[in-house]
Design a protein around this ligand. Structure first.
Ligand code: URP
Ligand code: ZN
Ligand code: ZN
Length: 473
């Protein structure tokens, strides 16, 4: 044994199962040994540090088509750079099928955007917005066979939403192909009704985004998505859950033995609807769907995290610049919330926020932090055990954390393409300091040392969730 290419020595290693003192020996980009007294060509001293699997953020939007006149703030270069400096080694963005277009076209355009521009590894989910017979019968099964083993459907957004019949048909393709369906649960017709009422009353400011998407529209859609999955008998992921009523729907489904995975995000434990009422249209910075709720809902989400309802803590990073005519303050959006693009940046702050609010404040332990931010993402999306853990044979995707480091979030210190952070001024404890991607040091003591192009695209296998049907306990 040894010497290794790199040894991470004297650290406290944490996986989703265990926390233990060990050196890690890395050879040819993979973890080759866990032990004591290992020797290597390079030794990184991790005394007083936590040595964690690199974060996997399985819900990010990068360079996604966003409608006429609107551009997402991140390219693959800036989005994956920001992810890396936030302690992540892999992200899963969405390849959007626009209506009237094929999956093949969408995928080849998306791959072209990513090619050569990656600082982390990536894999793509699909978004199905046009489930024609050809898409469900041929294109999607072929895509699943090629390693695009998960896709998202929307119950809201006029340009993306599927009706129940379309969702059932799309879920049926998942059942036949062994893919995993992710659902954005908000009732579009109810939202439309509320938007029309707000517009009739002249209530067009950003705060109306939150009042037109109350928790009831999310609760109903969550219940309906689960019901449709039960009818088809497929597992599902309910993404970006924001409130306790939706958590209860998921708990009820689980008690019936259903195979429902739930995801939540930093905005639902740190932001509130009051943020959307900021002065001078600043509330636009917080417009995302589902909208941030209130402090009582933060507690409901924490209860769900602590009780194990949530398997996944993702960012839903979906960045638009604020002061930009192709962003939040586009010509129509600066006077009417209906035209403010939905989404907020957060890929770089996801891990420090959960570490600080969860681990440093004693709500969750480090192993649960690893599960929520890395291991469960790898298992859910067909990447485990190559990704999401520190074990002999796994990729050496490792983030070395200083659990005592403190900082205040400032967008000026972040690395995405947006011009603000919704978490500006938030004090956090615990920061990733050094990050290795497949054994290569990419971030050293907080400074970027890796190169654009070091990241790679990875096809995926089937989800660990899919081996069970919707109903099997
Ligand atoms: O507002 C959000 N969340 N934008 C991103 C798209 C989505 O629904 O995940
Ligand atoms: Zn969504
Ligand atoms: Zn999203």
């Amino acid at each position: 044994m040894g010497p290794f290419d790199i040894v991470i020595a004297n650290g406290t290693v944490a996986t989703a199962a265990d926390v233990f003192a060990a050196d890690i020996g890395i050879r040819d980009g993979v973890v080759a040994a866990l032990g004591r007294g290992l020797t290597g060509a390079e030794v990184i001293d991790a005394t007083d540090r936590l040595v964690l699997p690199g974060g996997i953020d399985s819900h990010v939007h990068i360079d996604q088509p966003s409608g006429e006149g609107i551009t997402m703030a991140d390219t693959f270069e800036t989005g994956t750079r920001s992810a890396l400096l936030g302690g992540n080694t892999m992200v899963l963005p969405f390849c959007l099928q626009e209506r009237g277009r094929t999956l093949r076209e969408a995928l080849s355009e998306y791959h072209a955007k990513a090619e050569g521009n990656l600082y982390t590894d990536v894999s793509f989910h699909l978004i199905i917005s046009d489930p024609t017979e050809a898409v469900l019968g041929q294109e999607l099964p072929a895509a699943v066979a090629d390693g695009y083993t998960s896709f998202k459907v929307f119950m809201t957004y006029e340009a993306l939403r599927l009706n129940d019949a379309q969702i059932l048909a799309t879920m049926d393709t998942a059942r036949r192909t062994g893919a995993l369906v992710m659902v954005h649960c908000e009732n579009e017709d109810a939202i439309r009704y509320l938007i029309d009422r707000h517009a009739a009353d002249g209530r067009l400011e950003p705060a109306s985004h939150a009042t037109t998407r109350p928790t009831a529209v999310e609760r109903e859609a969550t219940h309906r998505a689960i019901t449709l999955a039960e009818v088809v008998d497929v597992p599902i992921v309910i993404v970006h859950v924001s409130n306790g009523a939706a958590v209860e729907e998921i708990e009820r489904a689980r008690r019936r033995g259903m195979n429902v995975t739930a995801e939540t995000c930093p905005q639902y434990i740190r932001l509130t609807a009051k943020d959307l009422a900021g002065m001078d249209w600043e509330g636009a910075k917080f417009v995302c769907s589902p909208p941030p709720r209130d402090e009582a809902e933060w507690e409901n989400i924490w209860r769900g995290i602590e009780a194990g309802v949530f398997d996944l803590f993702s960012s839903d990073h979906c960045p638009f610049r604020y002061d930009d005519e192709r962003g939040k303050l586009n010509p129509a959006g600066r006077s009417d919330f209906r035209h403010i693009p939905n989404g907020i940046p957060g890929v770089e702050t996801r891990l420090p926020i959960l570490f600080s609010e969860g681990v440093a404040k004693g709500r969750i332990d480090v192993a649960r932090f690893v599960a929520l931010t890395s291991t469960n993402h790898a298992k859910t999306y067909g990447l485990y055990p190559r990704k999401g853990t520190i074990a002999v044979g796994s990729d050496a995707d490792i983030a070395i954390w200083d659990p005592a480091a403190r900082t205040t979030v400032r967008h000026a210190d972040l690395h995405d393409g947006a011009d603000y952070s919704p978490y500006e001024g938030l004090e956090v404890t615990g920061l990733p300091r050094t990050v290795l991607l497949r054994g290569k040091v990419m971030v050293r003591d907080g400074a970027l040392v890796g190169t654009r192009g070091d990241g790679a695209y990875l096809p995926r296998g089937p989800s660990a969730k899919v081996r069970r049907t919707a109903r099997s306990p």
